[in-house]
Ligand binder design. Structure first.
Ligand SMILES: *Cc1c(COP(=O)(O)O)cnc(C)c1O
Length: 249
């Protein structure tokens, strides 16, 4: 667990540790952008805070982080509610596998959902966003294992082949949803360069019909350099900033 003090205040030592790791990450991102000949201003770093306490999110927000990622609705909803009064400009990105019965809740606090992988989710998110009077950026999650001709990773989700287009079309025609682009996780044991190249190919197919879907959510703590080289616009980075996650409960 983190060294957050009771009462939800980040201990000064924890805040300093997060600040130091954030600086290292910013350096990595700047170097990756330079190596790829890209403007670092094109890159949004989403700090994935799942399993870490709200006190850590507060410390990160105090350090200037504006985009945070979460993978479970219950945990995310509680943190978003706790942080909203002090940090109303924080943007919550939902990056985990999503069930239709959670969409209504997610639409109340999330600015973006990175894990849209089937039409039923699109309908549920659209209904939730309408009920909340909000707009939601949506990324269609691509299963790169299947795109590369391998078995699906059931723990990860994601659409493949023509289903990517089908989900993208559904998002684009749902009033309160905006089709931001595509998202993927490089399959375990796969060369990330080869994996992200498959994502870029899928993005090309989607952009043929949706030229505004220019965003690519790819790259985590271990492979962000490859993602930046491939053209990622959103990096989802957890452990490089927060440390090793406590085991899933
Ligand atoms: C947890 C998670 C991340 C962050 O992973 P790290 O390896 O800790 O950087 C990124 N994307 C998704 C979808 C995640 O679930």
């Amino acid at each position: 667990m983190s060294s957050a003090a009771p009462g939800g205040e980040p201990g000064p030592r924890r805040a300093a540790e997060l600040g130091a790791r954030l600086e290292l990450l910013r350096g990595r991102v700047t170097a990756a952008a330079a190596a790829a000949g890209r403007d670092p201003a094109e890159l949004t770093v989403v700090v994935v805070t799942k399993f870490f306490p709200a006190a850590d999110v507060r410390a990160l927000a105090d350090l200037g982080v504006r985009d945070v990622g979460e993978s479970r609705d219950q945990e995310a909803a509680a943190k978003a509610a706790e942080l909203a009064p002090e940090h109303p400009a924080l943007r919550w990105h939902f990056v985990g596998q999503l069930q239709t019965n959670k969409c209504r809740s997610v639409a109340r606090y999330a600015a973006a959902v990175h894990s849209v992988d089937r039409p039923r989710l699109v309908a549920a998110l659209a209904a939730g966003a309408t009920a909340a009077g909000r707009e939601l950026d949506c990324f269609v999650q691509v299963d790169l294992a299947r795109e590369l001709g391998e078995d699906a990773d059931p723990a990860r989700g994601g659409a493949a082949g023509d289903d990517v287009l089908r989900v993208a079309d559904a998002v684009a025609s749902a009033g309160p949803l905006r089709l931001a682009g595509l998202m993927a996780v490089a399959p375990r044991g796969q060369d990330p360069q080869r994996a992200f190249a498959a994502l870029v190919r899928a993005a090309g197919r989607v952009r043929a019909g949706h030229p505004g879907a220019v965003h690519l959510s790819a790259g985590m703590s271990g492979d962000l350099e490859a993602a930046v080289a491939a053209g990622a616009t959103h990096l989802r980075v957890g452990s490089a900033v927060l440390g090793t996650r406590p085991a899933a409960r």
